[in-house]
Ligand binder design. Structure first.
Ligand code: GLN
Length: 476
C-alpha cells in the first residue's frame, strides 16, 4: 500500500547516518520498489539505475561531511534538466532532448547528498491536471489505478505516494504540485514566486512557474525546501532573499494563529465529502488553538479565466522556441523553412498544447490584447490585493485544495473546460505569487485522499509549514 512516515526522507537519512543501511541499499530498495510498482502505476518516464547506484556507492565511500539528504533517493518531474539525460517535459517535441546542463535544484540536491533516481511523467509542457496530456503517459493513482493521479506533476506525486521515493520535485504554475499531492494523499508545496531557482526548469508560464517538493511528511517538505531554496546568480527571478531555516519553524505550536476561510469562494461547487473533510480540518485547527474566521477573496472567483489568459499568453511566447531548428523534434521531408516550422510544430505538439498556443497568441494579438490580456492582468492585481487585505487580519488562508477527489482517468479528457475547473482553488496563489501547501486531511467513502490547502503571505512558507505540520501531527 502507499506511504507511511516510516519511509520519510529524514528516517532514511538517519538510518544511513547510524550505519543501519548504506546509501547503496537505500537506492537499491527504491529501484526494487519502482520495479515492483511502476509497471502498473507508470510514475516514471526514465529511471537512471546505474547513475544512481554509482552515486550511492560514492556516497558510501566518502568520508567528508554529510549533507542533509545524504543517501536519500529523489524523483524529478521530467521538465527539470539533468545533464546528459533525456528531459522531455512530457512532449514528443523533446522526446530525445538531452540538456547539456543541470538545473540549479539538481546541483543543490546532489550537493546535499540526495540521489536523483529518475524522471517522472508529467502533462506536456505542464499543461494539464491528470497526466493524460503527456505524450508518454498517463500515470495512475496508487489509491485506485482507474483514477487520475492529478497533474501536471502527477508522476512525482505517484512516486512518493506509492513509496518509490520519499521525495520528489514538481513544478506548479496553477496547481501542478498541490492538486496531484491532494489526489495522491501526499504533501505538496508551491513556494513563493522567486524562492527557488528555475534555472534548468523548462518554462511554461514564466510569471507563475515555481519548483517545489512532494513528500510524505510536512517536515520532509521543509527539509527539501531548505536544500533547494535561495538566490541563484543563474536565475534573475530567484529573489536575493536569504531563506530562513524552514525545518526549524515546525514548532507544533499554532495557538492564537488566525486562519481565514473564504466562504464565498467555496460556494463555487465543492463536492460534499471534500467539504466535510475541510470542515473537520478547521475544527482540528481550532482544537489546536487557532482562531478561524471568515474572509472575502471576491476576485478569486474569476481566477480560473484570469489564469487561462495569462498562462496561455506566456506559454505561446515560451513555446515559440520549439521550431525544429535549435533543439528537439524536426519534421522530416519539408520543402522549405516555413513548411519545416509548420510541420515540426504540428507533429511535435499535442492537442492541448496547440489549443493553448492558439488561445495565447489570440489574446496577445492586436485588437484583443486590451480586451483580454490587459484585462486579465488588471484582475490579477485585484486578486493579489484581496489577499493583501485578508492578510491584514489572518495569518493563513484555508480552502480545500481541489473541489473533488481524484476523478476517473478519461472522465474529463474530452472536456478541457471541466478539466480547467480542477484548478479552481489552486490558481489564485500563483497569480498572487504566494506560497501554498496541500496536506492530506482525510478520505472519501471510496478511499480517495482529500487535501487541505493553506496559503500564506509572500516569503512566509514557514507559517504554512508550521500549521500543516501541527495539523499532520494530529493525524498520525
Ligand atoms: N492544471 C493547470 C494547467 O493545466 C496547472 C498546471 C500547472 O500548474 N503547471 O495549466
Amino acid at each position: 500500500m502507499p506511504h507511511s512516515s516510516a519511509h520519510s526522507a529524514r528516517a532514511l537519512r538517519d538510518a544511513i547516518a547510524n550505519g543501519q543501511l548504506t546509501a547503496e541499499a537505500a537506492c537499491q530498495a527504491a529501484l526494487d520498489r519502482i520495479a515492483a510498482r511502476d509497471p502498473e502505476l507508470h510514475a516514471f518516464h526514465t529511471v537512471f539505475a546505474e547513475r544512481a547506484l554509482e552515486r550511492a556507492r560514492a556516497l558510501d565511500r566518502s568520508t567528508g561531511p554529510r549533507g542533509p539528504l545524504h543517501g536519500v533517493p529523489i524523483a524529478l518531474k521530467d521538465n527539470i534538466t539533468v545533464a546528459g539525460t533525456v528531459t522531455t517535459a512530457g512532449s514528443k517535441m523533446l522526446a530525445t532532448y538531452r540538456p547539456p546542463y543541470d538545473a540549479t535544484v539538481v546541483e543543490r540536491l546532489e550537493a546535499a547528498g540526495a540521489i536523483v533516481i529518475g524522471k517522472t511523467i508529467c502533462d506536456e509542457f505542464s499543461m494539464g491536471s491528470s497526466t493524460e496530456n503527456c505524450a508518454f503517459g498517463p500515470s495512475r493513482n496508487p489509491w485506485n489505478p482507474d483514477r487520475a493521479p492529478g497533474g501536471s506533476s502527477g508522476g512525482s506525486a505517484v512516486a512518493v505516494a506509492a513509496g518509490m521515493t520519499p521525495l520528489a520535485l514538481g513544478s506548479d504554475t496553477g496547481g501542478s504540485i498541490r492538486q496531484p499531492a491532494a489526489f495522491c494523499g501526499v504533501v505538496g508545496l508551491k513556494p513563493t514566486y522567486g524562492r527557488v531557482s528555475r534555472y534548468g526548469l523548462i518554462a511554461y508560464a514564466s510569471s507563475l512557474d515555481q519548483i517545489g517538493p512532494f513528500a510524505t511528511t510536512v517536515r520532509d517538505a521543509a527539509l527539501c525546501l531548505d536544500v533547494i531554496s535561495g538566490p541563484d546568480p543563474k536565475d534573475s527571478t530567484a529573489a536575493a532573499v536569504e531563506p530562513p531555516k524552514f525545518e526549524a519553524a515546525l514548532t507544533g505550536d499554532i495557538a492564537g494563529l488566525r486562519v481565514g476561510v473564504p466562504r464565498g469562494w467555496l460556494r463555487e461547487g465543492v463536492d460534499t465529502e471534500v467539504m466535510a473533510r475541510f470542515e473537520e480540518s478547521l475544527a482540528t485547527l481550532e482544537r489546536l488553538g487557532a482562531v478561524v474566521s471568515e474572509i472575502e477573496l471576491p476576485h478569486s472567483r474569476v481566477a480560473v479565466p484570469v489564469y487561462y489568459l495569462v498562462a496561455t499568453a506566456e506559454a505561446s511566447a515560451n513555446l515559440a522556441r520549439f521550431d525544429g531548428v535549435r533543439y528537439g523534434y524536426r519534421a522530416p521531408d519539408a520543402r522549405d523553412l516555413g513548411e519545416m516550422y509548420d510541420r515540426t510544430r504540428d507533429q511535435g505538439f499535442g492537442p492541448e498544447v496547440k489549443r493553448r498556443i492558439m488561445l495565447g497568441t489570440y489574446v496577445l494579438s492586436a485588437g484583443y490584447y486590451d480586451a483580454y490580456y490587459v484585462k486579465a492582468q488588471q484582475v490579477r492585481t485585484l486578486i493579489r490585493r484581496d489577499f493583501d487585505e485578508a492578510f491584514a487580519d489572518v495569518d493563513v488562508v484555508a480552502t480545500p485544495t481541489t473541489p473533488t477527489a481524484a476523478f476517473p482517468l478519461g472522465a474529463l479528457r474530452d472536456d478541457p473546460l471541466k478539466m480547467y475547473l480542477a484548478d479552481t482553488f489552486t490558481v489564485s496563489a500563483p497569480l498572487a505569487g504566494l506560497p501554498a501547501i496541500s496536506v492530506p486531511c482525510g478520505w472519501t467513502d471510496d478511499r480517495l485522499p482529500v487535501g487541505l490547502q493553506l496559503t500564506g503571505r509572500a516569503w512566509d512558507e514557514a507559517t504554512i509549514l508550521r500549521v500543516a505540520d501541527a495539523f499532520e501531527r494530529t493525524r498520525h
